[in-house]
Design a protein around this ligand. Structure first.
Ligand SMILES: [Fe+2]
Length: 369
């Protein structure tokens, strides 16, 4: 067994309706001025609106609700400007991974200054950061479990991972009621993304006994609940299993990072505007097959063989109505070389159990074409 360092500090509350405790949570932190970071669609979800009403009672609140998918450095600067004027004592991120990443990104700039590019990597913030609460409204990224904010460069859209232990949420509220009205296409792509997080983090070079435990439990929860949640998001039991599964998968990433399916997905999202989860789901079975060919024991411990898991991922992708081939997303043979070079440059690829060459990435894209 290889040496490892596992470090966690996030307080987690799970349960239907738990987000309604937000007022007590903020009071217990002795905070009064709340910056809410969210996106305009999330604000319209009824139980989320109730959270915001609760927050506003006897407290000062300010909203930064301009969050969009794949948040950019420019967006973080805009949010930090709002934060500087308002001068909050706590940040509450409410939404999918983009909103939660934005909340962390704004926290970096508000408390430590400079540009978000300055925090690429890990541990670059020298000053303390503000307390923050994370409330996910999708069962997907697991960003609420992580020290990292994924922010795209404004010009090239290259993803930067900006991490610091201090950027973690102090508290996370996992409320299945908040994901009971998530639209079908969002349930599909975020659910497959969470599954990819579980399966990729299970085999990375940096995996350890604890990250594997998290990945394995995440896979079992997500695999068991995906169909029920996809058919009926108001099934609170299924929604809860998806939410906890996605969180555990996010915690596994925090401990052991991601692999080549995410390296392949990022250029597809940047160049062809394919939703992150859909792009990951397109590439994951091919990456798993590549990994399992090189080491058939890699996926042992998940109860079924790797090829059965690949088939299961393909079946769930199809059931969710996500694209099955790159060609269906506008990708052509002529694009593969550029995509392969960009995938090869992604930091997540370095954690895949087998580091792929540019040629190997091109082969994976060709098989998925
Ligand atoms: Fe992902």
């Amino acid at each position: 067994m290889l040496p490892f360092h596992y470090d966690t500090s996030i307080s987690i509350r799970f349960g239907p309706g738990v987000s309604r405790d937000i007022g007590d949570v903020i009071d217990a932190m002795a905070c009064r001025r709340i910056l809410v970071v969210t996106d305009p669609n999330v604000r319209r979800i009824e139980p989320v609106a109730r959270v915001f009403e609760t927050l506003a009672v006897d407290r000062e609140t300010e909203f930064f609700d301009a969050v969009h998918p794949n948040p950019t450095a420019r967006l973080i600067e805009q949010g930090a400007e709002v934060a500087r004027v308002f001068d909050p004592d706590v940040i509450v991120g409410v939404g999918g991974g983009s909103a939660l990443d934005c909340a962390k990104g704004i926290n970096f700039l508000l408390t430590n200054g400079g540009r978000i590019e300055d925090y690429q990597g890990f541990g670059k913030a020298s000053a303390p950061m503000l307390l923050a609460v994370g409330i996910p409204t999708t069962a997907g990224t697991g960003s609420e479990a992580q020290s990292y904010a994924l922010i795209s460069k404004s010009d090239t859209h290259e993803k930067m991972a900006c991490g610091d232990r201090k950027a973690r949420f102090e508290l996370v509220l996992l409320d299945p009621e908040l994901i009971a009205t998530t639209p079908s296409e969002v349930r599909a792509s975020t659910g497959l993304d969470a599954i990819a997080h579980a399966l990729e983090s299970y085999v990375t070079r940096t995996r350890n006994r604890i990250s594997r435990m998290l990945s394995r439990e995440a896979w079992h929860l997500l695999n068991g609940a995906f169909e029920r949640y996809h058919a009926d998001p108001s099934d609170v039991g299924a929604a809860g299993e998806m939410l906890v599964g996605a969180h555990l998968a996010g915690a596994a990433i925090e401990a052991s990072m991601l692999g080549a399916a995410h390296a392949c997905a990022n250029p597809l999202t940047a160049r062809f505007d394919i939703a992150h989860g859909a792009a990951v789901a397109l590439m994951l079975p091919h990456v798993m097959a590549h990994n399992a060919r090189n080491d058939p024991s890699l996926y042992e411990g998940l109860r079924v063989p790797a090829d059965a898991i690949e088939e299961r991922v393909v079946a769930l992708r199809s059931l969710a109505g996500l694209p099955e081939r790159l060609e269906a997303c506008g990708v052509g043979q002529k694009d593969l070389s550029v995509l392969a070079n960009e995938a090869h440059a992604q930091w997540t690829g370095a954690h895949n159990p087998f580091v792929l060459s540019v040629e190997e990435y091109e082969t994976l894209y060709a098989v998925a074409l």
